[in-house]
Design a protein around this ligand. Sequence first.
Ligand code: DGL
Length: 284
Amino acid sequence: MAETERRQNRTLPDRDAPIGVFDSGVGGLTVVREIMRQIPNEKIIYFGDTARVPYGNKSRKTVTRFSQQIVRFLRTFQVKTIVVACNTASAYAMEALEQDIDIPIIGVVKPGARAAVSATGNGRIGVIATEATIGSQIYTKYIQELNQNISIYGKACPLFVPLVEEGLWEDPVTDEIARRYLTELIDIDIDTLILGCTHYPLIRSTLGKIMGERVTLVNPAYETARELRELLIRHGLLREEPPALGSNRYQFYISDKADKFVHFANSIIKYGILSAKTVNIEAY
Ligand code: DGL
């Protein structure tokens, strides 16, 4: 169906409908946390692909297939918009997802890239992320679309995800690994560093300490929630009132067992998550 025809035929999403957010696992909760803070009246359906995490070492084809399944699952809740909270999924699957969706969709990479371009003074930006996100060069592409004169230096930091998931947010082990990863970015004299993976905002203080005060840390989770708010306003979809009490305001779904997820979720979100439902995502 032609794009204009599809637009004309679509039914407009409902302002009261929830926002669908997904990630490869628990990391996207850093984005949920920002959405809860910045647009507190919204309802959220979160899906974390805990059975198939990590995405950061998988191929574009696999991550795209997983992301498409998750979007189909989220759409069963009539969500009004989709937030791709995972950097790797945003890097690999965003174009494919945008092509076959008729509701607003936002990833974390573009907001992060835009914020970094505004922040840099010396035109030297570092990006830390998974191997997949760095390999895709997606941050380089978006940043250079905005300003060709900026140099971007990517560094894959695969050990950060397991360290964060083990709760070692402020620990000598994380300090040591971070120093090894970041030394080359310090030597290159970047003045802005994009935390290009969902987990990294949780070790922000360690990263900030190592990079020093001169380097601005950009948190795509924060920038995405900010741009999401603007997107909802633009589409007339921002909720003005909080949902009624007892209306299942935040719902969490995952693809594997719930206990670890619930424990982790409660360590970063103050809402008090009691449960997460397991879904057979391969069925979508
Ligand atoms: N959520 C992923 C990201 O932001 C990190 C974890 C993974 O590799 O799946 O890139």
